[in-house]
Design a protein around this ligand. Structure first.
Ligand SMILES: NC(=O)c1ccc[n+]([C@@H]2O[C@H](COP(=O)([O-])OP(=O)(O)OC[C@H]3O[C@@H](n4cnc5c(N)ncnc54)[C@H](OP(=O)(O)O)[C@@H]3O)[C@@H](O)[C@H]2O)c1
Length: 286
């Protein structure tokens, strides 16, 4: 049986589909994708999808940028909470398994090393929206997996990830100065480990998983490693701190994950340090 990715035009969805690890149908909204199905969360009943045809529905569609959620509260609530919950009700009534992509931002970042039993306490609207959907699923859906996904990086270095920013500033634009936040910690996750996780969850029932990479890092750590591996010493690093004022988006300080549960499933996972060495090799070949 096929699986359906709702939000196949997302950054993560594109990688999952291109991995060819499974037989996927997929949707897009504004960014048309060849062979995809047009799908608008805000009008989903008009989308003629027969959910019963699928083994698993993987729900990626969302306003995924916390700053855009903050600036467009009403619209992001509609998409990320109301329409998402409506769709989930509809899917679960048809007894199809759901995999929902939640986020590290459901935690307040005060302690770090979060495992699946730690209490969520989101500090920003995006995290709060993800948590509302999680709570709905836990109460109302029978067959589900909730994936709390850490910041994910890929080898496609022209997307909107934290690593692409560093790559573009240093190696492409050859900037001599870079500004970077130094008080935000997370567990950078390689897309290959995320794809393997999704594959596993299609065949196995696990309710909640915190999926991050094996190293806790700050943006500054990643930058320093990147500079070291690429032998760049001439860059001036300007450090700044997360904004924590009431009217700005609050980014939690330390949302690193305890990954014991996912590591038991996947075995060895990819570290960002080893991945950065590979980028260096890729760059040498150019
Ligand atoms: N990237 C990460 O590191 C990360 C970390 C934690 C959690 N997540 C979660 O993982 C999922 C994918 O993340 P991403 O960064 O890959 O997302 P993304 O690139 O921002 O893509 C968002 C997706 O949502 C779709 N979408 C937006 N509004 C829609 C609507 N009204 N109806 C239907 N679809 C709509 C977009 O379709 P179009 O582009 O076609 O308009 C696109 O496919 C999200 O749920 C995100 O919250 C991501």
């Amino acid at each position: 049986m096929k699986n359906l990715i709702i939000g196949g035009s997302s950054n993560l969805g594109d990688h999952i589909i291109n991995s060819n690890s499974r037989n996927y149908d997929f949707t897009y909204f504004k960014n048309k994708k060849k062979n995809g199905i047009f799908f608008n969360l805000l009008d989903y009943k008009k989308n003629l999808i027969n959910y019963k045809n699928y083994k698993t529905i993987i729900l990626l569609s969302a306003i995924s940028n916390p700053y855009i959620c903050h600036e467009n509260k009403e619209y992001s609530n509609k998409v990320n909470v109301e329409a998402t919950i409506d769709l989930i009700k509809y899917i679960s009534d048809q007894n199809v398994k759901l995999i929902f992509f939640s986020s590290e931002f459901i935690y307040d970042g005060k302690k770090g090393n979060y495992n699946e039993f730690d209490d969520p306490n989101p500090l920003n609207l995006y995290g709060d929206q993800k948590l509302q959907v999680e709570n709905f699923i836990k109460k109302n859906v029978e067959k589900f997996s909730i994936l709390r996904v850490a910041k994910t990086y890929t080898s496609k270095l022209n997307d909107s990830s934290f690593l692409s920013f560093i790559y573009s500033e240093i190696l492409e634009k050859k900037k001599k100065e870079i500004s970077i936040i130094d008080d935000e910690y997370f567990s950078p996750l390689n897309i290959i480990d995320l794809i393997n996780t999704v594959n596993y969850l299609i065949d196995n029932d696990i309710d909640i998983l915190n999926v991050g990479g094996p190293q806790k890092k700050s943006r500054l750590d990643c930058l320093k490693k990147f500079l070291e591996i690429n032998n760049v010493s001439s860059v001036n690093i300007r450090l700044f701190q997360r904004k924590i004022t009431k009217n700005s988006v609050i980014i939690p300080k330390d949302v690193s994950f305890n990954i014991n549960k996912i590591r038991d499933i996947l075995g060895n996972m990819i570290t960002i340090d080893s991945f950065l060495k590979d980028i260096y090799k890729l760059d040498e070949k150019k």
